[in-house]
Ligand binder design. Structure first.
Ligand code: UD1
Length: 345
């Protein structure tokens, strides 16, 4: 019998790519998603890629009643990958209570159900934002780097969530958990059947670049070239979404394997280990696609860290995982996806 995995937020950007990897690795997937920031059509893409249509229910995980009633139909599920959360940094500043309520309630509900099941495992979708703006001597950032004040309520929900998980694992013997701290997820499945669908004006760099290249917007802004970096623009660790998806399968495998002596709560950085600047990413995109990305240099964006890239050695060693896709292929996948959703040949 295939092990059933609950994937909350499984129709979202990272969730859908992870569902594909789970199915390809022989798991049966049950998705619970309220479609707040995604569409049921994503299931068609997953089915076309894998040949399997995952089970799906429109569930708001922040509703205890909805999630409990749904999970009572699946008494055999003991593992969850928990993505369901709001993720827009700027919006979280405007609507802190919505963010705290949604992101924390959904996590607490998932934990509260799984803690009562034998050998339960939660893989949590965290972020490098928990490190705030790290000091130069802490780069590349390892899991031991200080958890620093992060400006947005979104980031704080990630810090609080990790604390909630840690305390829960300590209290409930049935439960193990992994927190994966993603760096900057980018790109789309090579088939271009699933990808990132930002609602409204995108805030993240890669969809901004691809929309400019597609002519959806006339030009883009580079937020600051006066940072203390090699070309003055901010540095990030851009991790391919399919590599990131595979990290979830690796983390789940580690926690589910009774032969591996893991801690009951573990934290992993999921990044490439290589930092690239905003201008470098634009340059790589232009080289790979042959399309110019009109851009202007503007002032810094409030709350941006100067540079942040991962020391991924812990995940390389303990998860047996590494980011293997060359950045050129990653960028090409993002462009292929943008072209597909815009009907550009
Ligand atoms: C942000 C969040 C992070 C979250 C991630 C989700 C912060 C500090 N970090 O990361 O917690 O997990 O989004 O994907 O809020 N840039 C431009 N022009 C643009 C857009 C971006 O120059 O139009 C630059 C930014 O200044 C930054 C880099 O591109 O230096 C990456 O920005 P973005 O994709 O928004 O990600 P982060 O801010 O790193």
């Amino acid at each position: 019998m295939k092990e059933k995995i609950l994937v909350t937020g499984g129709t979202g950007y990272i969730g859908s790519h992870t569902v594909v990897e789970l199915i390809n690795s022989g798991f049966e997937v049950v998705i619970a998603d309220n479609l707040a920031n995604s569409s049921e059509e994503v299931l068609n893409g997953i089915e076309q890629i894998t040949g399997v249509r995952p089970q799906f229910a429109k569930i708001d995980c922040a509703s205890r009643e909805e999630l409990c009633s749904f999970m009572s139909d699946y008494p055999d599920i003991r593992c969850a990958i928990h993505f369901a959360a709001y993720k827009a940094v700027g919006e979280s500043v405007e609507k802190p209570l919505e963010y705290y309520r949604n992101n924390l309630d959904s996590l607490i509900n998932v934990i509260d159900i799984l803690r009562k099941r034998e050998n339960s495992v939660i893989v949590f979708s965290s972020s490098c934002t928990v490190y705030g703006d790290p000091a130069k001597e802490d780069l590349p950032v390892s899991e031991d780097a200080p958890i620093k004040e992060t400006p947005s309520p979104y980031g704080k929900t990630k810090q609080m969530s990790e604390q909630i998980i840690k305390d829960s694992v300590y209290a409930y013997d049935n439960l193990s958990a992994v927190s994966l701290r993603y760096f900057n997820p980018v790109g789309a499945h090579p088939s271009a059947l699933i990808g990132e669908l930002p609602l409204g004006v995108p805030q993240n760099l890669m969809p901004v670049i691809t929309q400019c290249a597609a002519g959806v917007r006339p030009s883009m802004k580079v937020f600051g070239t006066d940072y203390n970096t090699r070309d003055g623009s901010c540095i990030r660790d851009y991790i391919y979404v399919c590599d990131l998806a595979k990290a979830h399968v690796a983390a789940l495998g580690r926690m589910m394997n009774p032969l591996i002596k893991s801690d009951r709560f573990e934290v992993f950085n999921i990044g490439t280990g290589k930092g690239l600047s905003v201008l470098e990413i634009i340059g790589i995109f232009e080289k790979v696609t042959g399309i110019k990305v009109p851009h202007e240099i503007t002032g810094r964006r409030e709350g941006d860290a100067e540079q942040l890239w991962a020391d991924p050695r812990k995940s390389n060693e303990l998860l047996g995982w590494s980011a293997s896709t060359p950045v050129e292929d990653v960028v090409a996948s993002a462009w292929r996806w943008e072209k597909r959703i815009r009907n550009i040949s």
